[in-house]
Design a protein around this ligand. Structure first.
Ligand code: F0G
Length: 428
């Protein structure tokens, strides 16, 4: 165990504050904060330590986040850590999905295997640990649904009051019901995610509540472990590409920071390229990328991938840095592309929520455009579980008329063996 302190530093004006300062943004200029850890040079020793911890069955080492604690929050001690545990998600290969995307060596890092069914648990364990360390009374977030479900679960575990702001009528059923079940006070705001975030930011400042959105830098430290874990699963032999869906851009920023740190420490010897994928109807970052990031863009968002229905991403500057430093790309895909990719992922037995499928749809599009080559090694991150959005599944398989090409409509029959025979013969 180590007690090395990290520090928080403003990304805009470089003002530094203590690791335990509760400010959610720079007290001087309002810029977003970044966690800077003490410098290390012990890559080989760390690789061994990470591997040794893989076998842990209890305590913080059993977590796929805290196993990398030296790179996440080195000063946290076991008794402070709020862990489910989380992480330890699989890296899956499915020929059918790889074939559909046109990339032979496609792997899917399935973050839907986390305790509340999305990657958010990785950031939440760290942000909730930090909230408890600084003595927060209550925690809050704005959310399209997954962050709220995760915050609700971890607040319940930590014994803290939780308040969530979600866009009324725009949250997938699985996520909303999780949030209620775990016991968070749930406010259905008549506005979109961007309006929810503005309200959550103002309310947390005015009412002295700790804000745990991904502008909170401790969230990003936890989310970095997605990258560390997938690199470790590849024995630190970095892939050519890592593709992920992008909304508020917290995860894109976390991936950039993880890769920067892994590379400068010597855990990997070359930098994978990031591919951030947005839904066409909510693609300000992709539009800005096409214009060389000359200006910040905001849009009125619309997509059936409600997780990434975000028009004014908060983590803009740090995500630009992530794309630039990894020689990355940003693209957008249509809702039809997303649902098609999702149907392929689902029917391969893997399954994911709509936003997650954008990462595979984006790979297919970049492959068609010649940006990704068929021989490239690609990891697509599936950010959320299939059951998060049952409404999207019911619409796709049962309600849409005409049915989409990959719809698997249920067949109602009389309770007779002859009916079953007709189904098997393909005449029903
Ligand atoms: N995939 C899923 C399933 C998500 O829930 C989110 C974000 C993203 C991708 C995009 O990540 O915002 O860091 O760029 N969900 C947030 C939420 C906004 O409130 O649950 P991002």
């Amino acid at each position: 165990m180590t007690s090395e302190q990290s520090r928080q530093e403003c990304e805009e004006c470089s003002h530094a504050i203590d690791e335990l300062d509760p400010s959610s943004v720079c007290p001087d200029c309002g810029g977003l904060l970044e966690i800077i850890h003490p410098k290390r040079r012990d890559a080989a020793a760390l690789v061994t330590r990470f591997r040794e911890r893989r076998g842990a069955v209890r305590g913080a080492d059993a977590s796929g986040v805290w196993r990398y604690r030296e790179l996440v929050l080195p000063s946290a001690i076991d008794s402070e850590i709020v862990t489910h545990p989380e992480g330890n998600t699989p890296l899956l290969a499915r020929d059918r999905v790889a074939e559909w995307a046109g990339v032979e060596r496609l792997l899917m890092k399935h973050e839907g295997h986390n305790p509340t069914g999305s990657f958010k648990d990785r950031g939440m364990t760290v942000a909730m640990t930090q909230a408890r360390r600084i003595g927060a009374r209550a925690v809050a977030c704005a959310s399209t649904g997954n962050t709220s479900a995760s915050l609700a679960a971890y607040a319940a575990h930590a014994g803290l009051r939780a308040l969530v702001f979600v866009p009324a009528g725009q949250v997938a059923l699985g996520k909303l019901t999780q949030t209620l079940a775990y016991g968070a006070r749930t406010l259905l705001v008549r506005g979109n995610f961007d309006a929810c975030l503005t309200l959550a930011r103002d309310a947390s400042t005015a009412l002295n509540i700790q804000l745990l959105n991904s502008i909170n830098p401790f969230r990003l430290e936890g989310q970095k472990s997605i990258v560390f874990e997938l690199l470790e699963q590849l024995e630190w032999d970095a892939p050519d590409w890592i593709a992920l869906p992008a909304g508020a851009l917290g995860n894109t920023s976390a991936f950039g920071k993880a890769l920067r740190e892994a590379f400068s420490l010597g855990l990997i010897s070359r930098m994978p390229r990031l591919a951030a994928v947005q839904a066409e109807g909510a693609s300000p970052f992709a539009q800005a990328f096409a214009a060389n990031f000359e200006r910040r863009i905001a849009v009125e968002p619309e997509t059936l991938a409600t997780a990434i229905r975000i028009g004014a991403p908060a983590s803009w500057n740090r995500a630009v840095r992530a794309i630039r430093e990894t020689n990355g790309v940003v693209c957008s895909v249509s809702d039809d592309d997303i649902m098609d990719a999702k149907a392929v992922i689902d029917s391969s037995g893997v399954g994911c929520e709509p936003a997650s499928a954008a990462s595979v749809a984006g790979v297919a599009k970049l492959r068609r455009g010649g940006v990704i080559a068929p021989s490239h090694r690609v990891v697509s991150v599936l950010t959320g579980h299939l059951l998060k959005d049952p409404g999207a599944l019911v619409r796709y398989h049962q309600e849409l008329d005409p049915p989409p090409p990959r719809a698997n409509r249920p067949i109602e029959i009389e309770p007779r063996i002859s009916e079953v025979e007709r189904v098997l013969a393909g005449s029903l």
